[in-house]
Design a protein around this ligand. Sequence first.
Ligand code: SF4
Ligand code: SF4
Length: 242
Amino acid sequence: MINEIKLGQCPETNFALLEAFALNSAMSLFKTCALESVYDSFHPALKENPSLNKMNTAISMAFHLSEAILDGVFNQPTPHYAMHYNRVNSLLDDVALKITAIIQNGGFEAMPIPASQIIDKSSQKGYLNHKIVARAAGVGFIGRNNLLVTRQFGARVRLVTVLTSAPLKLCAPVEGGCGGCYECVSACPAGAIGETAEAFELAKCVEQISKFQRLMFVAKGICGVCLRACSKKELNTKIKED
Ligand code: SF4
Ligand code: SF4
């Protein structure tokens, strides 16, 4: 299947081929943006890689998390969600690798960025912020919970990015915001979520996640409470009322 997908010089055809592959590989959304529109947000360690100079496009893919598993997250993360989180990250990385193979087979450059890898412990940052790429590519907007919020699935998604030199049609950012929805504000056990994404208090969130990590039998620092709050149902209901 991978070897049968032939990329060429047409941005629209390449986009259609990669999007079809991604959606057939269980991805829920496939979008692109110009790399220069998100370059400034990259970690210096990524900017040091000379291959970056060859890239012109960022691909953003989202996986729609299990609604049923998130519905079981009430005031704290569950082992079920923790396992799901890890498996989804693996799937995102697998699909990003396959997309990389298709692009490279076509004679272009591709650089997958892992879905969940911290390279800078003090700032908790990775090579790039998948949310920033996803917002520029039109996957969604940044919500009050400081997460990427999609029209289709609320914040119940996880993201991965592939940087590439392949000619690809570019997508436009989506307009939108939380409107009259405040579901995650009241749900957050740390009081970290404010009126706007800019008012989000990261330190409170990180402290709460550390507490969960100590108290619960989840190995990775996760929470999930504001993901549970940000479902498509809440988004549709509250924003339409606004
Ligand atoms: S991840 Fe948890 S602690 Fe952090 S903002 Fe969301 S609900 Fe609050
Ligand atoms: S739950 Fe509501 S307020 Fe919070 S991020 Fe989602 S849409 Fe925005």
